[in-house]
Design a protein around this ligand. Structure first.
Ligand code: FE2
Length: 377
């Protein structure tokens, strides 16, 4: 893993204070066809609590939003009321998916000026949203595809989520599944644009590059780079398709065509006990990708000793990867919208800082090994 220098503007030598300006992900907003049902689904299946609502009843004219929370994770589901609204057009083009990965900041005006002067495109200039519970400063810039980043400064605000949102107090039962925070947000990019987006996060937002990797299997090839902000709280692994011999569409190519362009491919959430989390999610009806049995036969040799029970991992299809700092356990859920686009990853870390890229090769080898075993019968 290598690190590259920060944008000098973000270091103590530059114009900026030494403290990181991005305080973490404030929320992730998804544009969906039916926000009410999406929020209900994320509550009953993924264990989120419904916390806030905005819509015609709260003074919003043409859209509705539901906010759900779990640990420090906050998701917002937004739908248009009118079919001509840009939110409806976004959903028609991309399907249900992520629109805004919003950052919590201490000074919206300052970071907006800095980021725009470093080349970011403006979507919304800094504005103050005010009500009796205080004020929020918000600005938005364009990112990959139609995705945006908002900067949210909420230190002078004591109300629910954002102005115009009403708190939901009448709580329906929730099965806890143990998510504590967002670990990373993975991004699919069009071929040939990976370098430019890694540069964007380095130059405009002062991120570090964590690592880069080119992976090729018989069925797909991809280039990947991961970037993180200086606090390490925001991590974006990014991938683009690379030329390959196979006629089949790779997972990234399938995402790009189904989503009509680049976007957020998966949201990875951290748990302290992945075995318990996956048991709860499965009983809530969430489906996960299957792992060939041969993967687990090869596992002890590949990753060495781990604390978890191998049989439980095999039963639940949980994957394991090791890097120089430790190991991680991870599993990928199947997409929960009609298009094969956004999906969830559940991850537990025991020291590891990577994203489990060793599993791409290990999964491929285990499929190959099972094919060999079948052919030899
Ligand atoms: Fe991931």
């Amino acid at each position: 893993m290598t690190t590259t220098p920060l944008n000098p503007a973000f270091t103590p030598q530059g114009n900026h204070p030494a403290t990181p300006l991005l305080q973490g992900i404030d929320y992730i907003e998804l544009y969906v066809g039916n926000a009410q049902q999406a929020a209900h689904f994320y509550r009953t299946s993924f264990g989120f609590t419904l916390t806030a609502y905005a819509g015609p009843e709260t003074g919003v004219r043409d859209w509705v939003s539901y906010v759900v929370e779990q640990g420090s994770i906050r998701l917002v589901f937004t739908s248009a009321i009118d079919g001509d609204h840009p939110i409806a057009q976004h959903v028609a083009l991309h399907g249900d998916g992520v629109k805004d990965v919003a950052f919590n900041v201490t000074n919206t005006e300052q970071i907006f000026q800095l980021v725009v002067s470093a080349g970011a495109k403006t979507v919304a200039e800094p504005t103050t949203i005010e009500e009796e519970r205080g004020q929020v400063q918000r600005a938005t810039i364009a990112a990959f595809g139609d995705t945006v980043h908002s900067f949210i400064q909420r230190d002078a605000y004591e109300g629910t989520f954002l102005p115009k949102y009403h708190k939901i107090t009448q709580q329906l039962p929730v099965t806890p599944v143990g998510f504590s925070e967002i670990d990373h947000v993975a991004i699919c990019l069009e071929a040939g644009t990976l370098d430019q987006w890694a540069e964007f996060y380095r130059n405009a937002l002062g991120f570090y590059q964590l690592h880069e990797e080119n992976i090729e299997t018989e069925h797909s090839a991809m280039n990947s780079k991961a970037v993180a902000d200086s606090s390490g709280r925001i991590k974006f692994p990014m991938q683009e398709p690379a030329p390959n011999k196979s006629k089949n569409k790779s997972q990234i190519e399938e995402y790009l065509s189904s989503h009509s362009g680049p976007g957020v491919q998966h949201i990875a959430v951290l748990t302290e006990n992945i075995v318990e989390s996956i048991r709860a999610l499965r009983s809530n009806g969430i489906d996960f990708r299957k792992t060939p049995g041969a993967y687990y036969d090869m596992l002890p040799e590949r990753v060495g000793a781990i604390k978890e029970d191998l049989e439980a991992l095999r039963e639940l299809n949980i994957l394991v990867d090791r890097d120089e700092w430790g190991y991680l356990l991870q599993i990928f859920a199947k997409p929960v919208q009609s298009r094969p686009t956004l999906f969830a990853e559940i991850i537990q870390r025991d020291g590891a800082r990577g994203f489990g890229s060793g599993n791409i090769k290990a999964l491929f080898q285990s499929i190959e090994r099972e094919q060999m075993l079948r052919n030899s019968l």
